[in-house]
Ligand binder design. Structure first.
Ligand code: ADP
Length: 581
Protein backbone atom coordinates (compact mmCIF):
# COMPACT_ATOMS: atom_id res chain seq x y z
CA UNK A 1 0.00 0.00 0.00
CA UNK A 2 1.78 3.16 -1.14
CA UNK A 3 0.75 6.77 -0.58
CA UNK A 4 1.93 9.83 -2.48
CA UNK A 5 4.09 12.36 -0.75
CA UNK A 6 2.49 15.80 -0.38
CA UNK A 7 3.00 18.67 -2.84
CA UNK A 8 3.39 22.22 -1.48
CA UNK A 9 0.56 24.62 -2.31
CA UNK A 10 1.07 28.11 -3.75
CA UNK A 11 1.28 29.84 -0.37
CA UNK A 12 3.89 27.37 0.86
CA UNK A 13 5.93 27.75 -2.33
CA UNK A 14 5.79 31.55 -2.03
CA UNK A 15 6.88 31.39 1.59
CA UNK A 16 9.71 29.01 0.78
CA UNK A 17 10.89 31.24 -2.08
CA UNK A 18 10.79 34.30 0.17
CA UNK A 19 12.86 32.45 2.74
CA UNK A 20 15.41 31.62 0.06
CA UNK A 21 15.68 35.31 -0.84
CA UNK A 22 16.01 36.32 2.80
CA UNK A 23 18.68 33.71 3.33
CA UNK A 24 20.93 35.49 0.82
CA UNK A 25 19.38 38.94 1.03
CA UNK A 26 22.49 41.07 0.39
CA UNK A 27 23.32 39.28 -2.84
CA UNK A 28 19.70 39.73 -3.80
CA UNK A 29 19.74 43.47 -3.00
CA UNK A 30 22.98 43.89 -4.97
CA UNK A 31 21.36 42.06 -7.88
CA UNK A 32 18.31 44.36 -7.79
CA UNK A 33 20.44 47.53 -7.62
CA UNK A 34 22.79 46.49 -10.42
CA UNK A 35 19.89 45.48 -12.64
CA UNK A 36 18.07 48.75 -12.04
CA UNK A 37 21.23 50.73 -12.88
CA UNK A 38 21.86 48.67 -16.02
CA UNK A 39 18.27 49.14 -17.16
CA UNK A 40 18.44 52.86 -16.43
CA UNK A 41 21.59 53.37 -18.52
CA UNK A 42 19.93 51.30 -21.26
CA UNK A 43 17.18 53.91 -21.47
CA UNK A 44 19.64 56.65 -22.39
CA UNK A 45 20.39 55.49 -25.93
CA UNK A 46 16.88 55.75 -27.51
CA UNK A 47 16.37 59.04 -25.70
CA UNK A 48 19.68 60.39 -27.11
CA UNK A 49 18.72 59.21 -30.62
CA UNK A 50 15.43 61.08 -30.19
CA UNK A 51 17.40 64.17 -29.14
CA UNK A 52 19.59 63.87 -32.25
CA UNK A 53 16.46 63.79 -34.44
CA UNK A 54 15.04 66.85 -32.68
CA UNK A 55 18.38 68.71 -32.88
CA UNK A 56 18.76 68.06 -36.60
CA UNK A 57 15.14 69.02 -37.21
CA UNK A 58 15.42 72.27 -35.23
CA UNK A 59 18.68 73.49 -36.78
CA UNK A 60 19.53 71.60 -39.93
CA UNK A 61 22.72 73.66 -40.46
CA UNK A 62 26.35 72.99 -39.58
CA UNK A 63 25.89 74.23 -36.01
CA UNK A 64 23.96 71.03 -35.27
CA UNK A 65 26.98 68.88 -36.10
CA UNK A 66 28.81 69.65 -32.86
CA UNK A 67 25.80 68.75 -30.69
CA UNK A 68 25.14 65.58 -32.72
CA UNK A 69 28.79 64.59 -32.17
CA UNK A 70 28.42 65.15 -28.45
CA UNK A 71 25.20 63.16 -28.34
CA UNK A 72 26.74 60.34 -30.37
CA UNK A 73 29.71 60.21 -28.02
CA UNK A 74 27.30 60.02 -25.07
CA UNK A 75 25.56 57.08 -26.80
CA UNK A 76 28.87 55.22 -26.97
CA UNK A 77 29.61 56.04 -23.33
CA UNK A 78 26.20 54.90 -22.05
CA UNK A 79 26.37 51.73 -24.12
CA UNK A 80 29.73 50.82 -22.61
CA UNK A 81 28.54 51.49 -19.07
CA UNK A 82 25.40 49.47 -19.73
CA UNK A 83 27.38 46.50 -21.02
CA UNK A 84 29.58 46.50 -17.94
CA UNK A 85 26.66 46.87 -15.51
CA UNK A 86 24.61 44.18 -17.29
CA UNK A 87 27.47 41.75 -17.23
CA UNK A 88 28.05 42.27 -13.54
CA UNK A 89 24.30 42.12 -12.79
CA UNK A 90 24.02 38.80 -14.59
CA UNK A 91 27.07 37.49 -12.78
CA UNK A 92 25.57 38.38 -9.39
CA UNK A 93 22.26 36.82 -10.51
CA UNK A 94 23.93 33.55 -11.45
CA UNK A 95 25.80 33.48 -8.19
CA UNK A 96 22.57 34.02 -6.28
CA UNK A 97 20.98 31.19 -8.31
CA UNK A 98 23.83 28.78 -7.72
CA UNK A 99 23.93 29.41 -4.01
CA UNK A 100 20.18 29.06 -3.65
CA UNK A 101 20.18 25.85 -5.68
CA UNK A 102 22.87 24.43 -3.44
CA UNK A 103 20.83 25.29 -0.35
CA UNK A 104 17.67 23.71 -1.78
CA UNK A 105 19.55 20.55 -2.69
CA UNK A 106 21.11 20.35 0.74
CA UNK A 107 17.82 20.92 2.50
CA UNK A 108 16.05 18.33 0.37
CA UNK A 109 18.65 15.82 1.41
CA UNK A 110 18.36 16.77 5.08
CA UNK A 111 14.58 16.59 4.94
CA UNK A 112 14.54 13.25 3.14
CA UNK A 113 16.87 11.80 5.72
CA UNK A 114 14.69 13.17 8.52
CA UNK A 115 11.46 11.74 7.09
CA UNK A 116 9.82 9.27 9.45
CA UNK A 117 10.86 5.79 8.34
CA UNK A 118 7.25 4.69 8.06
CA UNK A 119 6.52 7.53 5.60
CA UNK A 120 9.45 6.58 3.39
CA UNK A 121 8.40 2.94 3.46
CA UNK A 122 4.86 3.72 2.45
CA UNK A 123 5.68 6.36 -0.15
CA UNK A 124 6.27 5.08 -3.63
CA UNK A 125 10.05 4.86 -3.93
CA UNK A 126 9.97 6.31 -7.46
CA UNK A 127 8.30 9.43 -6.09
CA UNK A 128 11.02 10.33 -3.61
CA UNK A 129 13.71 9.41 -6.14
CA UNK A 130 12.18 11.59 -8.90
CA UNK A 131 11.85 14.51 -6.51
CA UNK A 132 15.41 14.13 -5.34
CA UNK A 133 16.83 13.88 -8.86
CA UNK A 134 14.75 15.25 -11.75
CA UNK A 135 12.84 17.83 -9.70
CA UNK A 136 15.77 19.15 -7.71
CA UNK A 137 17.86 19.32 -10.90
CA UNK A 138 15.11 21.22 -12.67
CA UNK A 139 14.85 23.76 -9.86
CA UNK A 140 18.63 24.14 -9.78
CA UNK A 141 18.77 24.60 -13.57
CA UNK A 142 16.06 27.23 -13.39
CA UNK A 143 17.85 29.08 -10.63
CA UNK A 144 21.10 28.88 -12.54
CA UNK A 145 19.72 30.14 -15.85
CA UNK A 146 16.05 31.05 -16.03
CA UNK A 147 15.89 33.03 -12.82
CA UNK A 148 18.77 35.48 -13.46
CA UNK A 149 17.80 35.93 -17.12
CA UNK A 150 14.16 36.56 -16.32
CA UNK A 151 15.08 38.89 -13.50
CA UNK A 152 17.30 41.01 -15.75
CA UNK A 153 14.71 40.97 -18.53
CA UNK A 154 11.80 41.93 -16.25
CA UNK A 155 13.74 44.86 -14.84
CA UNK A 156 14.58 46.05 -18.35
CA UNK A 157 10.99 45.66 -19.53
CA UNK A 158 9.65 47.61 -16.56
CA UNK A 159 12.06 50.47 -17.15
CA UNK A 160 11.33 50.55 -20.89
CA UNK A 161 7.58 50.70 -20.36
CA UNK A 162 8.07 53.36 -17.69
CA UNK A 163 10.20 55.37 -20.11
CA UNK A 164 7.50 55.43 -22.82
CA UNK A 165 4.99 56.68 -20.27
CA UNK A 166 7.47 59.30 -19.15
CA UNK A 167 8.00 60.52 -22.75
CA UNK A 168 4.33 60.78 -23.46
CA UNK A 169 1.56 59.19 -21.37
CA UNK A 170 -0.73 58.89 -24.40
CA UNK A 171 1.87 56.95 -26.42
CA UNK A 172 2.56 54.88 -23.32
CA UNK A 173 -1.10 53.98 -23.03
CA UNK A 174 -1.28 53.09 -26.71
CA UNK A 175 1.76 50.90 -26.49
CA UNK A 176 0.38 49.12 -23.46
CA UNK A 177 -3.15 48.92 -24.83
CA UNK A 178 -2.06 46.81 -27.75
CA UNK A 179 -0.22 44.50 -25.45
CA UNK A 180 -3.46 43.39 -23.85
CA UNK A 181 -3.43 40.25 -26.01
CA UNK A 182 -0.07 39.30 -24.55
CA UNK A 183 -1.44 39.64 -21.06
CA UNK A 184 -4.50 37.57 -21.94
CA UNK A 185 -2.45 34.86 -23.59
CA UNK A 186 -0.11 34.72 -20.64
CA UNK A 187 -2.97 34.57 -18.14
CA UNK A 188 -4.70 31.84 -20.12
CA UNK A 189 -1.46 29.90 -20.06
CA UNK A 190 -0.50 30.46 -16.44
CA UNK A 191 -3.92 29.47 -15.20
CA UNK A 192 -3.57 26.05 -16.76
CA UNK A 193 0.16 25.56 -16.61
CA UNK A 194 0.74 24.79 -12.93
CA UNK A 195 -1.75 21.99 -12.84
CA UNK A 196 -0.64 20.63 -16.21
CA UNK A 197 3.02 20.59 -15.22
CA UNK A 198 2.21 19.05 -11.84
CA UNK A 199 0.27 16.33 -13.68
CA UNK A 200 3.25 15.83 -15.97
CA UNK A 201 5.56 15.48 -12.97
CA UNK A 202 3.23 13.01 -11.27
CA UNK A 203 2.86 10.98 -14.47
CA UNK A 204 6.64 10.82 -14.84
CA UNK A 205 6.99 9.73 -11.23
CA UNK A 206 4.47 6.99 -11.64
CA UNK A 207 6.15 5.81 -14.83
CA UNK A 208 9.49 5.70 -13.01
CA UNK A 209 7.81 3.87 -10.14
CA UNK A 210 6.28 1.28 -12.47
CA UNK A 211 9.60 0.70 -14.20
CA UNK A 212 11.68 0.47 -11.02
CA UNK A 213 9.23 -1.88 -9.33
CA UNK A 214 9.15 -4.09 -12.43
CA UNK A 215 12.94 -4.16 -12.49
CA UNK A 216 13.35 -4.80 -8.79
CA UNK A 217 10.64 -7.45 -8.74
CA UNK A 218 11.79 -9.07 -11.97
CA UNK A 219 12.33 -12.46 -10.41
CA UNK A 220 8.93 -12.57 -8.75
CA UNK A 221 7.27 -11.42 -11.95
CA UNK A 222 8.97 -14.16 -13.89
CA UNK A 223 8.17 -16.77 -11.27
CA UNK A 224 4.48 -15.90 -11.20
CA UNK A 225 4.21 -15.31 -14.94
CA UNK A 226 3.09 -11.70 -14.49
CA UNK A 227 5.01 -10.35 -17.49
CA UNK A 228 2.00 -9.41 -19.58
CA UNK A 229 0.33 -7.71 -16.65
CA UNK A 230 3.46 -5.64 -15.99
CA UNK A 231 3.72 -4.79 -19.68
CA UNK A 232 0.08 -3.62 -19.62
CA UNK A 233 0.72 -1.56 -16.54
CA UNK A 234 3.82 0.02 -18.08
CA UNK A 235 1.88 0.75 -21.27
CA UNK A 236 -0.77 2.45 -19.20
CA UNK A 237 1.81 4.54 -17.34
CA UNK A 238 3.42 5.52 -20.65
CA UNK A 239 0.02 6.53 -22.04
CA UNK A 240 -0.72 8.69 -19.01
CA UNK A 241 2.69 10.29 -19.22
CA UNK A 242 2.24 10.90 -22.98
CA UNK A 243 -1.16 12.50 -22.46
CA UNK A 244 0.24 14.76 -19.74
CA UNK A 245 3.12 15.81 -21.98
CA UNK A 246 0.83 16.49 -24.92
CA UNK A 247 -1.29 18.68 -22.71
CA UNK A 248 1.61 20.90 -21.71
CA UNK A 249 2.76 20.93 -25.34
CA UNK A 250 -0.67 22.17 -26.44
CA UNK A 251 -0.46 24.98 -23.90
CA UNK A 252 2.86 26.04 -25.39
CA UNK A 253 1.64 25.91 -28.98
CA UNK A 254 -1.07 28.43 -28.10
CA UNK A 255 1.13 30.65 -25.97
CA UNK A 256 4.09 31.29 -28.20
CA UNK A 257 2.34 32.40 -31.44
CA UNK A 258 -0.08 34.68 -29.61
CA UNK A 259 2.80 36.32 -27.82
CA UNK A 260 4.68 36.90 -31.07
CA UNK A 261 1.68 38.74 -32.46
CA UNK A 262 1.25 40.83 -29.34
CA UNK A 263 4.84 41.99 -29.50
CA UNK A 264 4.32 43.42 -32.99
CA UNK A 265 1.07 45.20 -32.18
CA UNK A 266 2.32 47.91 -29.77
CA UNK A 267 4.98 48.94 -32.24
CA UNK A 268 2.43 49.39 -35.03
CA UNK A 269 0.13 51.25 -32.63
CA UNK A 270 2.76 53.78 -31.58
CA UNK A 271 4.01 54.33 -35.13
CA UNK A 272 0.50 55.06 -36.47
CA UNK A 273 -0.69 57.11 -33.50
CA UNK A 274 2.68 58.85 -33.07
CA UNK A 275 2.67 59.82 -36.75
CA UNK A 276 -0.81 61.31 -36.44
CA UNK A 277 0.09 63.14 -33.22
CA UNK A 278 3.25 64.55 -34.80
CA UNK A 279 1.25 65.82 -37.79
CA UNK A 280 -1.05 67.58 -35.37
CA UNK A 281 1.87 69.06 -33.48
CA UNK A 282 1.13 67.16 -30.26
CA UNK A 283 4.62 65.59 -29.97
CA UNK A 284 8.07 66.17 -31.41
CA UNK A 285 9.51 63.80 -33.97
CA UNK A 286 12.28 62.89 -31.52
CA UNK A 287 9.70 61.76 -28.95
CA UNK A 288 8.03 59.44 -31.46
CA UNK A 289 11.42 58.07 -32.49
CA UNK A 290 12.47 57.48 -28.89
CA UNK A 291 9.11 55.87 -27.97
CA UNK A 292 9.30 53.60 -31.02
CA UNK A 293 12.84 52.60 -30.14
CA UNK A 294 11.83 51.84 -26.55
CA UNK A 295 8.99 49.62 -27.67
CA UNK A 296 11.19 48.04 -30.30
CA UNK A 297 13.69 47.24 -27.58
CA UNK A 298 10.93 45.84 -25.37
CA UNK A 299 10.79 42.76 -27.58
CA UNK A 300 14.28 41.73 -26.43
CA UNK A 301 13.52 41.33 -22.69
CA UNK A 302 10.02 40.03 -23.44
CA UNK A 303 11.44 37.37 -25.74
CA UNK A 304 13.84 36.38 -22.99
CA UNK A 305 10.98 36.15 -20.49
CA UNK A 306 8.95 34.02 -22.89
CA UNK A 307 11.87 31.80 -23.57
CA UNK A 308 12.16 31.06 -19.89
CA UNK A 309 8.58 31.33 -18.66
CA UNK A 310 7.93 27.71 -19.53
CA UNK A 311 11.07 26.65 -17.77
CA UNK A 312 10.07 28.74 -14.76
CA UNK A 313 6.57 27.24 -14.71
CA UNK A 314 7.89 23.72 -14.93
CA UNK A 315 10.47 24.42 -12.29
CA UNK A 316 7.76 26.02 -10.12
CA UNK A 317 5.89 22.73 -10.22
CA UNK A 318 9.11 20.89 -9.45
CA UNK A 319 9.79 23.29 -6.61
CA UNK A 320 6.32 22.56 -5.20
CA UNK A 321 7.16 18.86 -5.25
CA UNK A 322 10.59 19.42 -3.70
CA UNK A 323 9.12 21.64 -0.98
CA UNK A 324 6.24 19.19 -0.54
CA UNK A 325 8.21 16.86 1.63
CA UNK A 326 8.48 19.63 4.21
CA UNK A 327 4.74 19.10 4.72
CA UNK A 328 5.19 15.52 5.88
CA UNK A 329 4.37 15.56 9.57
CA UNK A 330 7.72 15.15 11.32
CA UNK A 331 8.36 12.21 13.56
CA UNK A 332 7.40 13.25 17.10
CA UNK A 333 10.48 14.27 19.08
CA UNK A 334 12.17 11.40 20.81
CA UNK A 335 12.11 11.13 24.54
CA UNK A 336 15.05 11.49 26.90
CA UNK A 337 13.46 8.96 29.28
CA UNK A 338 15.60 5.92 29.84
CA UNK A 339 13.90 2.52 30.14
CA UNK A 340 14.18 1.29 33.73
CA UNK A 341 14.55 -2.35 32.69
CA UNK A 342 14.28 -4.68 29.70
CA UNK A 343 10.61 -5.60 30.15
CA UNK A 344 8.41 -5.13 27.13
CA UNK A 345 4.75 -4.52 27.92
CA UNK A 346 1.91 -4.09 25.47
CA UNK A 347 -1.44 -2.98 26.79
CA UNK A 348 -4.61 -2.17 24.88
CA UNK A 349 -2.61 -1.45 21.71
CA UNK A 350 -4.64 -0.49 18.67
CA UNK A 351 -3.26 0.39 15.28
CA UNK A 352 -4.71 1.44 11.94
CA UNK A 353 -2.93 2.26 8.66
CA UNK A 354 -3.83 5.77 7.45
CA UNK A 355 -7.54 6.12 6.90
CA UNK A 356 -8.28 2.45 7.34
CA UNK A 357 -9.96 0.46 10.03
CA UNK A 358 -8.00 -0.98 12.95
CA UNK A 359 -5.78 -3.91 12.08
CA UNK A 360 -4.72 -4.31 15.70
CA UNK A 361 -7.71 -4.20 18.00
CA UNK A 362 -6.54 -4.20 21.60
CA UNK A 363 -3.37 -6.25 22.12
CA UNK A 364 -2.21 -7.08 25.65
CA UNK A 365 1.06 -8.96 26.02
CA UNK A 366 3.89 -8.95 28.54
CA UNK A 367 7.17 -10.42 27.39
CA UNK A 368 9.31 -12.17 29.95
CA UNK A 369 12.97 -11.24 29.48
CA UNK A 370 14.80 -14.08 27.78
CA UNK A 371 11.72 -15.94 26.60
CA UNK A 372 11.09 -17.00 23.05
CA UNK A 373 7.59 -16.29 21.89
CA UNK A 374 6.09 -17.24 18.55
CA UNK A 375 3.23 -15.34 16.98
CA UNK A 376 1.07 -17.39 14.63
CA UNK A 377 -2.17 -16.72 12.77
CA UNK A 378 -3.71 -16.44 9.35
CA UNK A 379 -2.22 -14.07 6.82
CA UNK A 380 -3.55 -10.57 7.44
CA UNK A 381 -4.16 -11.22 11.14
CA UNK A 382 -1.80 -8.36 12.04
CA UNK A 383 1.37 -10.24 13.00
CA UNK A 384 3.76 -8.10 10.99
CA UNK A 385 2.04 -4.95 12.17
CA UNK A 386 2.53 -6.05 15.77
CA UNK A 387 6.20 -6.69 14.93
CA UNK A 388 6.55 -3.13 13.61
CA UNK A 389 5.06 -1.66 16.80
CA UNK A 390 7.39 -3.77 18.91
CA UNK A 391 10.37 -2.56 16.89
CA UNK A 392 9.29 1.06 17.33
CA UNK A 393 8.72 1.63 13.59
CA UNK A 394 5.12 2.69 14.18
CA UNK A 395 3.36 3.91 17.30
CA UNK A 396 0.02 2.54 18.47
CA UNK A 397 -3.07 4.66 17.78
CA UNK A 398 -4.07 4.06 21.37
CA UNK A 399 -2.78 1.89 24.19
CA UNK A 400 0.90 1.37 24.95
CA UNK A 401 3.88 -0.55 23.62
CA UNK A 402 6.59 0.12 26.22
CA UNK A 403 10.04 -1.05 27.16
CA UNK A 404 10.98 -0.44 30.78
CA UNK A 405 8.05 1.99 31.09
CA UNK A 406 8.98 4.12 28.02
CA UNK A 407 7.04 3.98 24.71
CA UNK A 408 9.34 2.11 22.31
CA UNK A 409 8.55 4.37 19.33
CA UNK A 410 9.58 7.46 21.34
CA UNK A 411 13.13 6.26 21.91
CA UNK A 412 15.87 8.00 19.90
CA UNK A 413 17.36 5.72 17.24
CA UNK A 414 20.67 5.13 18.98
CA UNK A 415 18.93 4.08 22.21
CA UNK A 416 16.20 2.11 20.42
CA UNK A 417 18.66 -0.21 18.71
CA UNK A 418 20.10 -1.18 22.09
CA UNK A 419 16.58 -2.33 23.04
CA UNK A 420 14.75 -3.91 20.12
CA UNK A 421 15.79 -4.73 16.57
CA UNK A 422 13.57 -6.03 13.79
CA UNK A 423 15.11 -8.68 11.55
CA UNK A 424 13.30 -9.30 8.29
CA UNK A 425 14.23 -10.96 5.02
CA UNK A 426 15.14 -7.59 3.56
CA UNK A 427 18.78 -6.77 3.98
CA UNK A 428 20.58 -3.87 2.58
CA UNK A 429 24.26 -3.50 1.93
CA UNK A 430 25.29 0.09 1.37
CA UNK A 431 27.83 1.01 -1.30
CA UNK A 432 30.54 1.58 1.23
CA UNK A 433 33.24 -0.37 3.00
CA UNK A 434 32.36 -3.47 4.96
CA UNK A 435 33.49 -1.61 8.08
CA UNK A 436 31.06 1.27 7.53
CA UNK A 437 28.32 -1.20 6.70
CA UNK A 438 28.80 -2.67 10.15
CA UNK A 439 29.42 0.59 12.04
CA UNK A 440 25.91 1.85 11.28
CA UNK A 441 24.75 -0.58 13.96
CA UNK A 442 27.26 0.66 16.51
CA UNK A 443 29.41 3.63 15.48
CA UNK A 444 31.88 3.22 18.33
CA UNK A 445 32.73 -0.46 17.77
CA UNK A 446 36.44 -1.28 17.47
CA UNK A 447 37.88 -3.51 14.75
CA UNK A 448 38.13 -6.43 17.16
CA UNK A 449 34.40 -6.16 17.91
CA UNK A 450 33.57 -6.08 14.22
CA UNK A 451 35.64 -9.18 13.55
CA UNK A 452 34.14 -10.96 16.54
CA UNK A 453 30.60 -10.19 15.35
CA UNK A 454 31.42 -11.50 11.87
CA UNK A 455 32.94 -14.65 13.36
CA UNK A 456 29.85 -15.23 15.52
CA UNK A 457 27.61 -15.31 12.46
CA UNK A 458 30.05 -17.60 10.66
CA UNK A 459 31.24 -15.03 8.14
CA UNK A 460 34.68 -16.63 7.76
CA UNK A 461 34.91 -15.31 4.20
CA UNK A 462 36.04 -11.95 5.52
CA UNK A 463 39.63 -13.26 5.51
CA UNK A 464 39.39 -13.75 1.74
CA UNK A 465 38.36 -10.18 1.03
CA UNK A 466 41.07 -8.22 -0.81
CA UNK A 467 41.14 -5.41 1.72
CA UNK A 468 39.52 -7.03 4.73
CA UNK A 469 37.16 -4.67 6.54
CA UNK A 470 38.10 -1.87 4.14
CA UNK A 471 36.79 -3.74 1.10
CA UNK A 472 34.18 -1.68 -0.69
CA UNK A 473 30.88 -3.49 -1.15
CA UNK A 474 28.24 -2.89 -3.79
CA UNK A 475 27.36 -3.60 -7.36
CA UNK A 476 30.36 -1.75 -8.79
CA UNK A 477 32.79 -3.16 -6.23
CA UNK A 478 32.75 -6.39 -4.27
CA UNK A 479 29.32 -8.01 -4.48
CA UNK A 480 28.03 -10.20 -1.68
CA UNK A 481 25.63 -13.06 -2.37
CA UNK A 482 22.35 -13.48 -0.50
CA UNK A 483 23.71 -15.62 2.33
CA UNK A 484 26.65 -13.27 2.98
CA UNK A 485 24.38 -10.25 2.87
CA UNK A 486 22.28 -11.93 5.50
CA UNK A 487 25.37 -12.57 7.62
CA UNK A 488 26.29 -8.89 7.44
CA UNK A 489 22.76 -8.06 8.58
CA UNK A 490 23.03 -10.50 11.48
CA UNK A 491 26.47 -9.16 12.43
CA UNK A 492 24.88 -5.73 12.64
CA UNK A 493 22.34 -7.12 15.10
CA UNK A 494 25.14 -8.50 17.27
CA UNK A 495 26.90 -5.11 17.19
CA UNK A 496 23.72 -3.24 18.09
CA UNK A 497 23.32 -5.77 20.89
CA UNK A 498 19.61 -5.32 21.63
CA UNK A 499 18.03 -7.32 24.46
CA UNK A 500 15.02 -8.13 22.28
CA UNK A 501 14.70 -9.27 18.68
CA UNK A 502 11.64 -9.33 16.47
CA UNK A 503 12.01 -11.86 13.66
CA UNK A 504 9.65 -11.41 10.78
CA UNK A 505 10.04 -14.00 8.06
CA UNK A 506 13.75 -13.83 8.83
CA UNK A 507 14.43 -17.21 7.34
CA UNK A 508 11.31 -17.64 5.22
CA UNK A 509 12.80 -16.93 1.83
CA UNK A 510 16.16 -18.50 2.43
CA UNK A 511 17.94 -20.40 -0.22
CA UNK A 512 17.56 -24.01 1.07
CA UNK A 513 21.25 -24.72 0.44
CA UNK A 514 22.30 -21.93 2.77
CA UNK A 515 19.37 -22.07 5.17
CA UNK A 516 21.23 -24.33 7.55
CA UNK A 517 24.23 -21.98 7.77
CA UNK A 518 22.04 -19.00 8.28
CA UNK A 519 19.96 -20.76 10.85
CA UNK A 520 23.10 -21.55 12.77
CA UNK A 521 24.16 -17.91 12.53
CA UNK A 522 20.70 -16.87 13.61
CA UNK A 523 20.86 -19.17 16.62
CA UNK A 524 24.10 -17.45 17.65
CA UNK A 525 22.44 -14.08 17.33
CA UNK A 526 19.38 -15.11 19.34
CA UNK A 527 21.36 -16.48 22.27
CA UNK A 528 20.56 -14.64 25.49
CA UNK A 529 17.93 -12.36 23.99
CA UNK A 530 14.16 -12.11 24.22
CA UNK A 531 12.77 -13.20 20.86
CA UNK A 532 9.42 -12.58 19.23
CA UNK A 533 9.29 -14.77 16.15
CA UNK A 534 6.54 -14.15 13.67
CA UNK A 535 6.07 -17.72 12.61
CA UNK A 536 4.99 -18.62 9.16
CA UNK A 537 5.73 -22.27 9.73
CA UNK A 538 4.21 -24.04 12.70
CA UNK A 539 7.46 -25.91 13.24
CA UNK A 540 9.13 -22.69 14.39
CA UNK A 541 6.25 -22.10 16.75
CA UNK A 542 6.51 -25.55 18.26
CA UNK A 543 9.98 -24.82 19.68
CA UNK A 544 8.98 -21.53 21.32
CA UNK A 545 8.46 -21.03 25.07
CA UNK A 546 5.05 -19.53 24.43
CA UNK A 547 2.83 -19.24 21.40
CA UNK A 548 0.44 -16.35 20.76
CA UNK A 549 -2.32 -16.98 18.23
CA UNK A 550 -3.56 -13.89 16.42
CA UNK A 551 -6.87 -13.53 14.69
CA UNK A 552 -8.20 -10.30 13.13
CA UNK A 553 -6.02 -7.99 15.18
CA UNK A 554 -6.42 -9.75 18.54
CA UNK A 555 -4.49 -12.35 20.49
CA UNK A 556 -7.02 -15.13 20.91
CA UNK A 557 -4.90 -17.79 22.56
CA UNK A 558 -1.59 -17.79 24.38
CA UNK A 559 0.39 -20.53 26.12
CA UNK A 560 2.92 -23.29 25.57
CA UNK A 561 2.55 -25.68 22.67
CA UNK A 562 1.30 -28.42 24.94
CA UNK A 563 -1.18 -26.17 26.73
CA UNK A 564 -2.63 -24.90 23.47
CA UNK A 565 -2.91 -28.37 21.97
CA UNK A 566 -4.58 -29.58 25.16
CA UNK A 567 -7.05 -26.68 25.21
CA UNK A 568 -8.41 -27.77 21.83
CA UNK A 569 -8.69 -24.26 20.36
CA UNK A 570 -7.69 -22.80 16.99
CA UNK A 571 -4.00 -23.67 17.45
CA UNK A 572 -4.85 -27.26 18.30
CA UNK A 573 -6.91 -27.73 15.16
CA UNK A 574 -4.22 -26.05 13.04
CA UNK A 575 -1.62 -28.34 14.54
CA UNK A 576 -3.78 -31.38 13.97
CA UNK A 577 -4.45 -30.45 10.35
CA UNK A 578 -0.71 -30.02 9.82
CA UNK A 579 0.19 -33.29 11.39
CA UNK A 580 -2.75 -35.23 10.26
CA UNK A 581 -3.37 -36.24 13.83
P1 ADP B 1 0.12 -10.60 8.88
O1 ADP B 1 1.54 -10.27 9.17
O2 ADP B 1 -0.56 -11.33 9.98
O3 ADP B 1 -0.07 -11.27 7.58
P2 ADP B 1 -0.17 -7.74 8.58
O4 ADP B 1 0.20 -7.13 9.88
O5 ADP B 1 0.84 -7.73 7.50
O6 ADP B 1 -0.69 -9.23 8.81
O7 ADP B 1 -1.46 -7.01 8.01
C1 ADP B 1 -2.60 -6.79 8.81
C2 ADP B 1 -3.60 -6.00 7.98
O8 ADP B 1 -3.09 -4.72 7.71
C3 ADP B 1 -3.92 -6.64 6.65
O9 ADP B 1 -5.30 -6.50 6.42
C4 ADP B 1 -3.13 -5.81 5.66
O10 ADP B 1 -3.83 -5.74 4.44
C5 ADP B 1 -3.09 -4.48 6.33
N1 ADP B 1 -1.85 -3.75 5.99
C6 ADP B 1 -0.60 -4.20 6.16
N2 ADP B 1 0.30 -3.26 5.77
C7 ADP B 1 -0.41 -2.21 5.34
C8 ADP B 1 -0.07 -0.91 4.82
N3 ADP B 1 1.19 -0.50 4.65
N4 ADP B 1 -1.09 -0.08 4.49
C9 ADP B 1 -2.36 -0.44 4.66
N5 ADP B 1 -2.76 -1.63 5.14
C10 ADP B 1 -1.81 -2.52 5.50
Amino acid sequence: MTVSLPVADRAQVRRAALEEILADRWTFVLMVVLNALAALTGLAVPWLVGSIVDTVQRSPGLEAVASVDRLALAIVGFTLVQILLSRYALYVGHRFGERTAARIRQRFLDRSLALPASTVERAATGDLVTRGTADVTRVAEALRNAFPEVFVASTQALFLIGAVFFLDPLLGLLGMGSMVTAVFALRWYLRRAREAYLAEGAANSSLAETLTSTASGARTIEALGLQSRRVDETEKAIQTSRRARLRTLRLRTVLFPSLDVSLALPLVGVLVAGGLMYQNGLVTLGTVVAATLYLRRLSVPLDTILLWVEELQASGASYARVEGIAAVPPAPPSTSDVPVDDRIEISGARYAYEGRKDVLRGIDLDLRPGERIAVVGASGAGKSTLGRLLAGLDRPRSGRVDVGGVPIADLPAERLRRQVVLVTQEHHVFRDTLRNNLLIANPSAENARLREALATVGADWVGELPEGLDTRLGVDAHTLDGARTQQVALARVILADPHTLVLDEATALLDPTTARDTERALAAVLRGRTVIAIAHRLQTAHDADRIAVMDSGRITEIGTHDELVASGGAYASLWRSWHGG
